[in-house]
Design a protein around this ligand. Sequence first.
Ligand code: ADP
Ligand code: MG
Length: 371
Amino acid sequence: MTSTWSAPGRVNLIGEHVDYNDGLVLPFALPMTTTARVTLTSSGNVTVCSADVDQPVTFAVDVEPGDVTGWSAYVAGVVWALNDLISQTGEADDARPGGIRGLEVEIRSDVPVGAGLSSSAALECSVACALNDALELRLDRPTIASVARRAENDFVGVPTGAMDQLASMLCQEGYALLLDCRTMETRQVSFDPGHADLTLLVIDTHAGHELSGSEYGDRRKACEAAAARLGLGSLRDADPDQVASLDDPVLQRRARHVVTEIERVHEVVSVLDAGRVQDIGGFLTASHESLRDDFEVSVEELDVAVDAALAAGALGARMTGAGFGGCVIALCRNADVGEVEASVRAAYDQRDWVAPSIWPTTPAQGAAPAL
Ligand code: ADP
Ligand code: MG
């Protein structure tokens, strides 16, 4: 039995560094996908190959955390999490004795890897969907997302929130996905820049900074400390007056970003619900300024791309993802796209930086069967 599924990467339109504060995020799926072709065998092993990697990797079907590292850990993590779910639900006892007995997995992808566009979730979700189909498990999409998230959190060991996998599983073409990270409730929000003669550009700066891992942990800790000082479970419940009462200036800035960013998500959703996509630009730019000045997770490469895009007439621009590198998004009138792109390229060229990759994107569908 062979099954082939594709799952997309994503861009977070707005709501950055608020997922771990019980906040709201608004990702949409990219047309770029990772495809997993899974064939069931009875070899007792899983063999994985990726068009992006030279050598295939083989591990046992009863793999445990720590057994596999490197890129194939994302696949091994899905096998492990799915095995665990199958054993818990007793599925293996009835229709499919033994659960997963052996697999061959082939991966190909056009999601840029390590650019903050969630190639990791695209990989996990494509494998999880293909396995769900091949094994006829009939898991619903949120359950598949949670299997994929467990793979990343508990097998690979990356402490991400729920956004990436839910976006890859639940997004719909022409919509962004409003996710409440407290209740895990989701809602589709119409997001169709093309309809308003607008283009959303993704600018991959190709910048990556060594510090990003430790800084991410530091920001999470600062948010927890700020919430604790206010006697709150999370900054989701903080109001601007409480934030202003924090006497530590760093904690105050960190908390102010979270509180204002959650408010901006509400505002962007209202504007999109009212069919005024052309009016979200100011919120995108305000988000960038807050991430740059209050949360301090931007870097020069991101700021230069945002400033150059705005100088050439973009309606709004912001870094997207965790920061310290990765991508910028810029919302432009169709007529201004060429100038915005040229302005960003010129700014990079002037500084002798590696040329950015720039492409227009549209909100695409979530995971789907593929050929
Ligand atoms: P992002 O999710 O932003 O792209 P991550 O660091 O979370 O960045 O995930 C990137 C990692 O996921 C890569 O280093 C690699 O281990 C794995 N990965 C993603 N896509 C592929 C692929 N097509 N082939 C092999 N490994 C991949
Ligand atoms: Mg990732």
